[in-house]
Design a protein. Sequence first.
Length: 247
Amino acid sequence: MRSRFSTSPVLRWLVLSLSAVCMTASRPVSVQERYIEQFKLVAVSEMERTGIPASIKMAQALHESQSGRSELATQANNHFGIKCKTTWSGATYQYKDDDRDSTGSLVFSCFRSYPTAMESYMDHSDFLKYRPRYRELFELPLSDYKSWAYGLKKCGYATDPNYPERLIRIIERYNLDLLDTEVATNPASEPAVTGEPAADVRAITAVEILSRDIRPLACAKPVVKTSVKKNVSKYKVRKRSSIRKKR
């Protein structure tokens, strides 16, 4: 049976836009929806630049930044909770996250700080794209957000054992997977973290979510280059991952 979403893009967007207008008129816009409206075009643009599903980026941003309200987001424009690492030479922000000392007390950790939220989105893309341990993620289809969510956890992005399920719930609640089929239009300027949504942003509301199988993923360990040739060997999938350290 042919899906109604297989019709022309123009008709599809007309249906989605009308749906969004009706929903907006009937109830207040939530903080999460406002955040999505502000940053979804940035997520789509970054998807085209680096191949990270816009749905995954938006779900991570919503979760990590508490929809733009976290201390890291408001004080350091860090919307993805990325720590400094040894290669970071930019501005930093000290914040107590989940690192503890020998007595079990929380200690300050070094997080990246950005001049703008836009730069946080771009750095998140580069952080995943150019680190060997996330390399296997980019072999997954853009439409397979479930495998991306589980792959991020397996490759060590978060210590929370429920991290994949949290991302998937966010994606399915706000129908963010529709963004993965979008064609980006470059925003004229960076969206603000607060304030009214831009008038020209497109609706993402829909009434249908397709179920997808989760693809097993083996994460690559950092590779030390010993020759000009790239290491293209495959890694066996492990049933359990011992990777627990966040970012």
